[in-house]
Design a protein around this ligand. Structure first.
Ligand code: SF4
Length: 255
């Protein structure tokens, strides 16, 4: 894929959603850090259902540490792997209090030293809490980058590095959220919805999915067969998808 097509992809995603952000609900860098730890292999929706009560009970590292594993577990039972996440959070909060004055550190090295925090989580915190142009490659970004030809790579790290190299600078900060949202709601894992994709004409994916009604007629050799091979982006549908409320979200995050 050449530079002009990459730039056009992000220009369109930006036009549809000028200020993309995480779907996790948080009120401070600390709350974002905890929410991202909890979101590993869980949906943002399940995390958002649990965190308001948790953050009311403990909105800073010292209070969260004081809750302990059992106390935290009571608030997050509905989230997968809650027990080990509670253990990570307690230990992470101890480090925040003992070594960082109760603040979330702003460097990758310090963040990745916290239990439950890997490269992806550190990238989310650096990007969303501190405005750094980092890219956290989750399952959606990995798929979209490879499928479209935007930034192919065999591993999340390879995709991250390819994106950092090829995404035009003005789009770097928000690239992460545009690609996640595109993967969640349009370029879905099992069946990408190419017929309503705003970047279909720029995407390298060969087996583009025809519209559901066109697919049925195509199988019968009807007039929709031709249209199905050249799906035209429908701005209204794409804009609707970009604005879909959090309640409709079902995607599962990578660990
Ligand atoms: S055309 Fe299809 S495969 Fe390509 S980005 Fe759009 S939804 Fe994904």
């Amino acid at each position: 894929m050449n530079a002009a097509r990459r730039a056009e992809i992000f220009a369109r995603l930006q036009a549809l959603n000028p200020k993309p952000t995480t779907e996790l609900v948080y009120g401070s860098p600390f709350e974002l850090l905890i929410a991202v730890i909890l979101s590993a292999q869980a949906t943002d929706r399940s995390v958002n259902l649990a965190t308001p009560e948790l953050f009311r009970a403990a909105g800073n590292p010292a209070a969260m540490h004081a809750l302990g594993v059992d106390g935290i577990s009571r608030y997050i039972r509905t989230i997968g792997l809650f027990r080990s996440k509670a253990k990570h959070i307690v230990e992470a909060c101890r480090i925040l209090v003992d070594e960082h004055g109760g603040e979330v550190p702003r460097t990758r090295e310090a963040l990745e030293r916290l239990p439950g925090v890997g490269r992806k989580t550190a990238n989310v915190v650096l990007n969303t809490a501190f405005g750094e142009p980092t890219i956290a490659v989750d399952t959606h970004i990995f798929r979209v980058a490879n499928r479209t030809g935007l930034a192919p790579g065999r591993t999340p790290l390879a995709v991250e590095q390819a994106l950092l190299k090829h995404v035009p600078k003005p789009y770097l900060h928000d690239c992460h959220h545009w690609l996640i949202l595109h993967g969640r709601y349009v370029c879905k894992a099992r069946k990408p919805e190419c017929w309503r994709c705003p970047i279909a004409d720029l995407c390298d994916y060969r087996d583009k999915t025809p519209a559901p009604d066109a697919a049925g007629q195509a199988a019968e050799g009807g007039p929709a067969a031709k249209a199905a091979t050249a799906p035209a982006p429908r701005k209204a549908s794409a804009a609707k998808a970009a604005k879909r409320p959090a309640g409709a979200r079902r995607a599962t995050r990578a660990g």
